[in-house]
Design a protein. Structure first.
Length: 164
């Protein structure tokens, strides 16, 4: 009986691990798609004039203010994630009080960025990593559940888990 309990624990841990990998892959993929969609859309967003409030060297990064449709906003987003590692031009060092062009999402003016756009290569890498995580997670889940069903069918508590 202790061998059966050990086997059940191992199967449960394997199912938990592969489930976590699958969920992680789905979350990374979803976030990557969302970020890249916004990054690409930002290329055609209207540009509003903004003013730098703090230096980039600060602990929390560059802070700037802008107005859109008569309302004032503040942001710290310089670029989207998929543009952070691509070939996006670096943002010139800014001093407080400098004027900057701010690309503003017209459907949600609280979302703005100083460097619009994103890298398709970075998006492809994020999508590939997410795909591998989902593939490994689902493959492991299917294999573990099939093995558990096979052991359950034999009804043998002392069946030994064999790797193929």
């Amino acid at each position: 009986m202790p061998e059966e309990a050990k086997l059940r624990l191992e199967m449960g841990l394997a199912i938990a691990l592969f489930s976590a990998l699958t969920v992680l892959g789905i979350v990374i993929g979803g976030l990557g798609v969302h970020d890249f969609a916004r990054a690409r859309a930002s290329l055609v967003w209207p540009v509003s004039e903004g003013v730098v409030l703090s230096e980039k060297a600060g602990e929390r990064g560059l802070r700037y203010a802008y107005s859109f449709n008569g309302r004032n906003y503040e942001s710290r987003r310089v670029r989207f994630f998929t543009a952070a590692f691509g070939k996006a031009p670096p943002i010139a060092a800014q001093e407080p009080g400098d004027r900057v062009g701010v690309s503003v999402d017209p459907s949600d003016p609280a979302v703005a960025v100083l460097a619009p756009g994103g890298s398709g290569v970075v998006f492809a890498i994020v999508a590939a990593v997410a795909g591998v995580l989902v593939f490994v997670g689902l493959g492991g889940l299917i294999r573990t559940i099939a093995e558990a069903a096979s052991l359950e069918q034999t009804g043998s508590g002392d069946a030994v888990y064999q790797e193929a």
